[in-house]
Design a protein around this ligand. Sequence first.
Ligand SMILES: Cc1ncc(COP(=O)(O)O)c(C=O)c1O
Length: 385
Amino acid sequence: MKAPPTRLTIPFIDLQTQYKKHQTEIQTAINAVLEHGRYIMGPEIDVLESALQEFTGANHAIACGSGTDALLLALMSSGVGPGDAVFTTPYTFFATAEVISLVGATPVFVDVDPITYNLNPECLSASIKQTLSADELTPKGIIAVDLFGQPADYDAINQIAAAHKLFVLQDAAQSFGASYKGSRTCSNTPLAATSFFPPKPLGCYGDGGAVFTDGRKIADTIKSIRIHGQGQDKYDNVRLGLNARMDSIQAAILIEKLKFFESEIEMRHRVATLYTEALQDHVAVPRVADDNTSVWAQYSVTSEHRDQIREALNNKGIPTATYYPIPIHLSTAYAHLGHQVGDFPVSEGLSRTMFSLPMHPYLEQQQIEAICDTISSTVSRLNHG
Ligand SMILES: Cc1ncc(COP(=O)(O)O)c(C=O)c1O
């Protein structure tokens, strides 16, 4: 009888190895919060915000409850609302579009670039012109997403925004730690938002996020909205806001993790390079634009044989994921916008062919080889059989 194929145990994302390596510092930091007892907006928040400013180069960092809160705080501070159009990609996590609708504005979807998977500046210009001539919505802003860890083309996007007096919000939920033309993400636009959801490149042990801006006035507005529109006097609420605060324990964890984040970014690069070398003749591997570095939130590839490759990997115990199987313009929640299949062909093609491989700083060479061998042998079999 033939022996069953050996099953591997490769985690898609490995948070445990990192924790075990830094357990002492992280536990000491958590214990300090338990001792002082200021569980929400404690002294760790200021320390974290300063560290985030220093790391990104942004003038102001405002820690908050999640990446979704960060996007929402940024949009609320921009005064966008009903009747306004905010341009964004349909090939992203749902929250990017959702927050536009939550403030009463309308997401206007724009197709992505086939190489970087980020907002295509030519399509963006065309969409703004089309919206202006339709004269139903007022163009107000753009949310550009840095998909899978690679920044969008901010020179082009900022220029288009300036020409039409639109704000640009960088959704850097997946790109914290990456750079565009030598500047870290969250400093490439006047407004940016990121997520510290645990599997993100810099993750805490619960929900967390941050907003970044270069303007003091807007930073003060965001801080007020973060706590129910608080004014100078705690009980004088000067605007409507949210409960979007960050827990002190999450800040304490992030302060510790930020100390070794740069070395983990290097380790992510090593994994991505090994994947690319081994896979480039078998699937379409990610391409990082010359101006960019990626932080490799995901290592995602495309193939017309996606389902068969995923099945072969799964049979060996190698997990994969599909980001994103339904582009947002075709999601049930946005059926009312009346989009059809074919409206954004690049995004729709990526939804059919994209899949992500295990990615974390602690992936071992042998594990990477096992993943790549399975992919190459499956593709060869399908091409020749
Ligand atoms: C592109 C993008 N935007 C926004 C978010 C929302 O972040 P959070 O889950 O922290 O609310 C995510 C998180 O998955 C994301 O990937």
